[in-house]
Design a protein around this ligand. Sequence first.
Ligand code: FBP
Length: 346
Amino acid sequence: MASEHPTLAEYLATWSGDDPVREAVNHTIAALAAASVELAALIAEGPFVRGLGETIGDAGGGDVKKFLDVESHKLFKSALERAPVAAMGSEEADSAEFLSEEAQLVVAIDPLDGSSNIDTNVSIGTIFSVLPVPEGMDADAALLQAGREQLASGFIVYGPQATLVVSVRDGTHIFTLDPAERVYRLTRKNISIAANKAEYAINASNERHWPEAVRAYIEDLKAGKQGPRQLDFNMRWVGSLVAEAYRIMIRGGIFLYPGDARKGYEQGRLRLVYEAIPLALLVSEAGGSATDGITPILDIKPESLHQRVSLVFGPPAEVERIAQYYEARPGDGKSPLFSDRGLLRG
Ligand code: FBP
């Protein structure tokens, strides 16, 4: 097995060589991966431990804080305290957590993605982004760099297999946890997102709140062979971003979580810094595109740690088609074009 399935450690050691920045990235990803193995075990123990999905507080913005959200945050923070990381921006903390002052990296993380699925035995995950700390920049400012500055990103799916999807900007690769040895081994190298999978992922229960552009786009998909696409589409919605993302990496399809008319969802539900930006790098490195409906996610400079963003990702041609639906409806005040960046996009 070893020859065709190198371990994550072997893969990263070959990639990093003795380059000091790459070695720091290697050490950081190894720390995150080790913590994820512990978290996978905690999730698998589930009901024997306690109600992992028990609500223990209010996370603000209409989200609740669950036991596993908090435990995951503590687990990854503890892991990163032993890595060359100056600060950690987390969905579970209002502001950045400062770790090793002189370190040259920062990490943005959603410790537990898919919280609404914790008690339903459905895949949930962790999403992370690794960024440099440029000379003269404070660590908390480094967390707000545009996604193109990322050195690496990844997500772990705690599903039938524990799976790490990662990029150190050399393509997007999949490592699967070998349960016997409790190490991740390479199972798919250089993922390429399929161009023509007729499958879309959106929470259809929000249809009445969508911008007209999204309503029109989805209507055209639902029209199937008799409609403008002349093709029957399937739909999937797991409710865990990592599960949708993994499926799209493996078999293609398009994902949409648009901003909509619900209070607090004008800019979408998903977070720019620790969900959309890491995902956008992985998708881009797999030959796909990720936008807010119009603007590439990797070009959007975050203004605050917890800001939300509309998110569309998949094969470039399909993502571009969605942008055309938005651009054809400039009066549609809900489209990203009218977001707080205004028409004169920076
Ligand atoms: P959490 O990080 O709080 O879990 O929220 C993100 C998320 O669970 C995504 O994983 C998922 O794609 C989305 O919310 C589901 O949203 P909805 O419940 O509105 O369909």
